[in-house]
Ligand binder design. Structure first.
Ligand SMILES: [Zn+2]
Length: 477
């Protein structure tokens, strides 16, 4: 089946209520995640309400004009991003103060500051920056809903200094399966398996149909039990908005390994060396971190985290967290976070202990402080275990620098990760299980590769309105 172009809506678009007794069609607009990995944003609109699925930072699809060493200006981050086409032009969504700018294009930004008469609800699928990164710029009267675990993670990250302050407080918890009504739309979330606690799939019920949104999703983590339960709830939706991350690569990757397999590789690697070992793991994946702590303990090693990692893990109740004592020089942010971690029950260790028995330790690197590797007693059998932490991969700007450090230190790399995204076969299984009327493929370089017999795949463009029901019109049916 060939991919169909996004059909043009036959309505005049949202914002104008139909005459009494008629019902305007629900429309969808995609504002991110088009042929890039990440940044999905889908606006569902009726004349009476709006629901925005995710509000992450855009992933640059071409040249990133704000890459290091350039930074967007603190109070103009959103205005700069909008003028570069790197943020969604959704009217009545953003704080008017964040839209203030001077010079060319400033007037168009001011137009976005006009309030929309309809209530707007934002629903977060999970706590990753490409899904929640624009939160600090939202209008105060826009409600933002998320799973309680997402809010807890946000709070832990904020307190550790790992993300902008003030966002956790504006998130409202939404219990799994509970319906929230906004105008003539209603929203439900259901847990899915990804690589972060609190990840959900979302169902939006409109007067003329149902939309299901996967968020970021997989079937290989812990058996995919949460995901499968969501797919049952989503069965028969008119539209499924699906991520397609793992269809992006050539050749197509194999299905990702399970968390048990990750733990087994780490355990074997640690058992095979008597030297100090290094790790990079992702602090937001606290369940993986807990498994890595256990794997290290079983191998007779202590896993030592930088302060920020330790503070996040301790705040979320992970046991056995160890961070550095003041004998290891760390930057101010790491040191403060480390003190916070200790106040929450983390233990500390020092450079002398590590120097006395390097083979009894596994040390998480601080990707912003490679020079601190010079403090560590690395040996011939030392290696770097890469389990999704930063630098994430060759597509990251700090990857070549890290490779230079590895070469300088003579360290081998042990891949011990597993993606949080469904493999190619699992993605097709997900679409087949939902059996939607149509699938909107996003969040990948090759969304056109998501093809399931009998289910049309839509490849939307940014900002183009799509009716929830094909051929839906203004009059009641
Ligand atoms: Zn994502």
């Amino acid at each position: 089946m060939s991919a169909a172009p996004a059909p043009r809506p036959d309505t005049e678009g949202p914002g104008e209520a139909g005459p009494e007794g008629t019902r305007a069609a629900t429309t969808l607009e995609v504002h991110g995640g088009v042929r890039v990995i990440g940044g999905t944003k889908v606006l569902v609109s009726t004349p009476r309400a709006r629901v925005l699925l995710d509000i992450g930072e855009d992933i640059p699809s071409g040249v990133d004009l704000l890459r290091d060493p350039t930074r967007s200006r603190p109070r103009q981050a959103l205005a700069d991003a909008l003028r570069l086409g790197a943020a969604p032009r959704i009217p009545g969504l953003f704080d008017p103060r964040a839209l203030e700018a001077v010079g060319p294009g400033a007037e168009q930004l001011r137009v976005l500051a006009d309030p929309d008469p309809r209530p707007t609800l934002v629903v977060l699928s999970h706590a990753h920056i490409d899904h929640d990164g624009l939160l600090p710029h939202l209008r105060e009267d826009v409600r933002v809903l998320a799973h309680a675990d997402t809010i807890a993670l946000h709070r832990a990250l904020e307190e550790a200094g790992a993300t902008a302050p003030g966002t956790a407080d504006r998130l409202e918890p939404l219990a799994e399966g509970t319906e929230v009504v906004v105008g003539d739309l209603s929203v439900r979330i259901h847990r899915v398996d990804h690589d972060v606690r609190g990840a959900v799939g979302t169902l939006v019920r409109a007067p003329d149909g149902v939309l299901a949104y996967t968020g970021d999703i997989n079937l290989h983590r812990d058996g995919g039990t949460h995901t499968r339960a969501f797919l049952e709830q989503a069965h028969g939706a008119d539209v499924l908005v699906a991520e397609t991350t793992m269809l992006s690569f050539d050749p197509l990757p194999e299905e990702p390994r399970s968390e048990d397999e990750v733990a087994r590789i780490v355990a074997e690697t640690l058992a095979g060396s008597t030297d100090l070992m290094l790790l990079s793991a992702y602090e937001r994946d606290v369940d993986r971190a807990a498994r890595l702590i256990r794997a290290a303990t079983q191998a007779g090693r202590t896993l030592v985290w930088p302060g920020v990692h330790a503070a996040v893990l301790a705040a979320l109740g992970i046991g056995g967290v160890v961070t550095w004592d003041p004998t290891r020089p760390q930057g101010r942010r790491q040191r403060r976070a480390g003190e916070l971690a200790v106040s929450r029950g983390a233990r500390t260790t020092g450079l002398a202990e590590v120097a006395a028995a390097p083979g009894r330790f596994l040390v998480q690197i601080d990707p912003r402080d490679f020079a601190s590797l010079l403090d560590l007693p690395l040996g011939e059998g030392s290696a770097w275990i890469h389990s999704q932490g930063e630098p994430l991969g060759p597509f990251m700007p700090d990857w070549p620098l890290w490779q230079d450090w590895l070469e300088h230190l003579g360290l081998a790399t042990i891949p011990a990760g597993s993606s949080g995204h469904a493999g190619p076969a699992a993605l097709h299984e997900i679409v087949g299980a939902v059996a939607p009327g149509r699938v909107i493929a996003l969040h990948g370089f090759h969304p056109e590769r998501l093809q399931v017999e009998g289910i049309p795949t839509l490849l939307p463009e940014i900002d183009v309105s799509i009716p929830l029901r094909p051929g839906a019109g203004r009059s009641a049916r």
